[in-house]
Design a protein around this ligand. Sequence first.
Ligand code: VGL
Ligand code: ZN
Length: 199
Amino acid sequence: MTGVRVTAGSALIAVDIQNDFCQGGALPVPDGDAVVPVMNLYIRKFSEVGMHIYFSRDWHPLNHSSFRSAGGIWPEHCVQNTRGAELHTGLIMPEKKVIIEKGTAVDKDAYSAFQGTALAEQLRKAGIKRLFIGGLAVDYCVRSTVLDALHSGFEVFYLSDASRGVDVNPGDSERAIDEMLGAGAVETVYEDLMWQGGP
Ligand code: VGL
Ligand code: ZN
């Protein structure tokens, strides 16, 4: 959608752009690294215009229930305080930012950055109404975060150019996108955004 205005009360959420979801990581998302330079464009611009920026991290304990070693479906990934769990080193980290950790309980998986975190409350306190959400992976954490954001009453723009999917089953990402848009998210790319005071 063209002409999306980034108004006061907008925030950027970069979902799980961590080493383990990128090339050479434990659970690499195909072409996952490609989101880094695009997300950097959003980060630069959102910080320039003084908008809030949130980074979520998948942040699992060593014996997390989603790991195959514990009966789950995923290889061990994003173990707390390991290099794999760090945000991708290519990301530009703005001075003003909030990092949200999720999936920290041993017995629960949390794909959404809202699940088991104070994110919704933090956003409300900051007066945020519009969320621009992208990252990894479209068919898991981006999807869940977008759907939860919509259910919590936020206006949501899904940043398709800053997102990639795992596609464990072919078509998963496309289905996730249909679901997000069906629930009210608006698909957006960087060029669609209009900044207060001009482009
Ligand atoms: C994710 C699989 C397992 C994600 C997290 O961030 O999309 N995917 N844990
Ligand atoms: Zn995980």
